[in-house]
Design a protein around this ligand. Structure first.
Ligand SMILES: [Zn+2]
Length: 615
């Protein structure tokens, strides 16, 4: 069963997972993206892993080839994330070539592992004596975490144990080194925490859970320097603000949430709630992006959310998505699924080009046209991270619980569930995210509750079952229908979706006097390619302009938003100051077209912005 996060036996998880292979996407959005993963992204990434010697580093470690280690000391992690991405794809559909390729890469990894279980291609030969000497900077535990995650995904997807055995051997070795009566330490880059909890779930061996707890409890003692950057300035349970490196912080929160689901340690959940509140009310971009500053790839102060210099690393949006998924599993509250959806359609998807070949590491919300996606990066954390996210999407769409079936994300699909021994098939049809109409056809007979997430962006919805208004309640942001379901029942749910303006908190300086456009789950931007009348940075829009929507067969098929605004062209200003009357006489009407933010920078370079001046 290819679960992304297996909470089937987690005592403090309200929701249980549905395996990837039970969900077959039939839509035009995610199914297409997974196909691009299979045909383009995953094979291309493999070629680049070879070309950049990331796999050679394993061959070097095993003595197959000679030469120097190439690249960053954490490059092994890119290979592991790619394996994880391919594994999810294999769970979803057969692909013999990729399956074989995986086995060949796993063989290289196996040969690179030491007798005692140690595995990191940087700390070999002349650097062997440096193992575990610098946990703060050298990412040994981070790479181990990615190995463990990829091994679990591979085992769940294929049933094979070739990679899982390698990961267990290494995890056991780490467990012999670190622990309460052993070596002190905690990773400078969290990641292994959630991997170890998942390894506990996979093997039922509690020592991995204990080790995850140990690494979390070791924080804040100053062992790795005590800095904000490493989230080592305080014990985890005393944190009240997301600080430091955004990806590290959000991976740590993900691991702590996993730990909570197994232990029920209330202090952990209280901390996570405080951190979540700080993130979403003071430190998150409208796209779900996190980490405002380039310096330290870090969160800024509260309300420090600049647009042009936004860092908002693709991995940080992914980490935000992963953490919110875990918080959703704990609680069954839609506010977490809302953030997942926000990240997914905006801050994450902007990280990859429509053709699946190029990536953003940094995701600014305003640009002059020079920021372009790259084929790869020397520090290439983001490309395989986005691949493993997209190939695992089917595993995030539903959950089950003792009460029934939960629908978190909407897309056309056919899925199978087992409810109290009865087989239930749900066939969902929708044009989401472009249209809010969603239809479900239920096959099978059973009594259960159907939980349908009412997206946070939605104000009004209509619901019918077999053409009649059903009994329903609204619980924790989910529409709940409790009934004896009959074969052939049709649920018709329509979330009224229209473009609307957003205004930001007045303390976000860059956004003062500006508006953003949202339609359903999608955040929009204006880009030069659609607006030839001038520079979109000089666009001003009145708040009462009528926003119109139109489907266009561009950028993979998108709904664009159009409206009337004004061009206030600086070139027309001959003086520094004008009277209002003079200034207004310079403004020219401009019909603007806004596209989904995730789709920008896929055509000719030009200026772009999300937050548009308001007149
Ligand atoms: Zn990254």
């Amino acid at each position: 069963m290819a679960y992304v996060v297996n909470t089937s036996n987690s005592k403090c998880a309200r929701l249980k997972p549905v395996p990837l292979e039970s969900v077959k996407l039939t839509d035009n959005f995610w199914a297409k993206k997974i196909e691009i993963m299979e045909k383009v992204t995953l094979p291309t990434q493999y070629e680049i892993l070879e070309e950049t010697h990331r796999i050679d580093n394993f061959r070097r470690a095993s003595g197959k080839i000679s030469g120097e280690f190439v690249g960053f000391f954490f490059n092994d992690s890119d290979v592991y994330k790619w394996i994880e991405a391919v594994s999810y794809l294999l769970a979803y559909k057969n692909n013999e070539a990729l399956d074989k390729l995986l086995d060949s890469v796993i063989e290289e990894i196996k040969l690179a592992q030491d007798e005692d279980g140690y595995l990191n291609t940087y700390f070999t030969f002349e650097r062997k004596q440096d193992r575990w000497t610098n946990l703060k900077d050298m990412h040994e535990l981070y790479c181990a975490g990615h190995l463990i995650q990829s091994a679990i995904a591979h085992h769940r997807a294929t049933g094979k144990t070739n990679l899982l055995n390698i990961a267990i051997k290494f995890a056991d070795y780490i467990g012999r080194i670190f622990g309460p009566d052993k070596k002190e330490g905690t990773p400078g880059h969290p990641e292994i925490e959630m991997a170890l909890v998942e390894l506990y779930r996979e093997t039922n061996d509690k020592k991995y859970l204990d080790l995850a707890e140990f690494f979390i409890d070791e924080r804040g003692k100053g062992i790795i320097g005590g800095s904000f950057y490493h989230i080592d300035h305080k014990p985890f349970r005393e944190l009240d603000e997301v600080v430091g490196h955004a990806v590290r912080s959000l991976y740590l929160n993900s691991g702590a949430t996993d730990l909570y689901m197994e232990t029920g340690d209330k202090a952990l959940l209280d901390t996570l709630e405080r951190l979540w509140d700080n993130l979403v009310t003071k430190k998150m971009y409208v796209t779900g992006g996190a980490g405002a500053r380039k310096e330290g790839e870090a969160f800024g102060e509260n309300y420090e959310l600049p647009n042009e210099s936004a860092y908002a690393e693709t991995c940080a949006s992914i980490a935000n998505f992963m953490w919110n998924y875990r918080m959703l599993l704990v609680s069954g509250e839609s506010r977490f699924a809302d953030i997942m959806e926000l990240c997914l359609y905006n801050g994450i998807l902007s990280g990859i080009s429509i053709d699946g070949k190029e990536y953003f590491y940094v995701n600014p919300l305003a640009d002059r046209g020079s920021h372009r996606r790259q084929r790869w990066f020397a520090c290439a954390c983001c490309p395989p991270n986005i691949a493993r996210t997209i190939t695992s999407i089917p595993g995030y769409m539903y959950s089950v619980s003792s009460e029934g079936i939960w629908v978190h994300l909407y897309a056309s699909n056919v899925s199978e569930f087992s409810i109290n021994g009865s087989k239930i098939v749900i066939e969902e049809r929708t044009d989401y995210p472009w249209n809010g109409l969603v239809e479900f056809k239920i096959s099978g007979n059973a009594r259960f509750k159907l939980f349908l997430r009412k997206p946070g962006w939605n104000k009004e919805f209509s619901l019918s079952i077999n053409g009649e208004k059903p009994q329903m309640t609204l619980e924790r942001g989910y529409i709940v229908i409790d009934r004896e379901w009959k074969d052939g029942d049709i649920v018709r749910l329509e979330f009224h979706m229209k473009p609307e303006f957003l205004e930001s908190h007045p303390k976000i300086k860059d956004n003062v006097g500006r508006l953003a456009i949202r339609r359903g789950p999608i955040i929009y931007c204006v880009e030069g390619a659609d607006n030839p009348w001038g520079d979109v940075w000089d666009l001003e829009i009145p708040e009462d302009t009528e926003l119109k929507e139109e489907y266009r067969d561009i950028l993979g098929g998108v709904v664009v938003v159009k409206g009337k605004g004004y061009l206030n062209d600086p070139k027309d200003w001959k003086k520094l100051y004008l009277t209002l009357e003079e200034a207004n006489s310079l403004r020219k009407e401009a019909e603007f077209v806004a596209i989904p933010y995730y789709a920008w920078a896929n055509r000719m370079p030009g200026p772009m912005e999300v937050w548009i001046k308001r007149i």
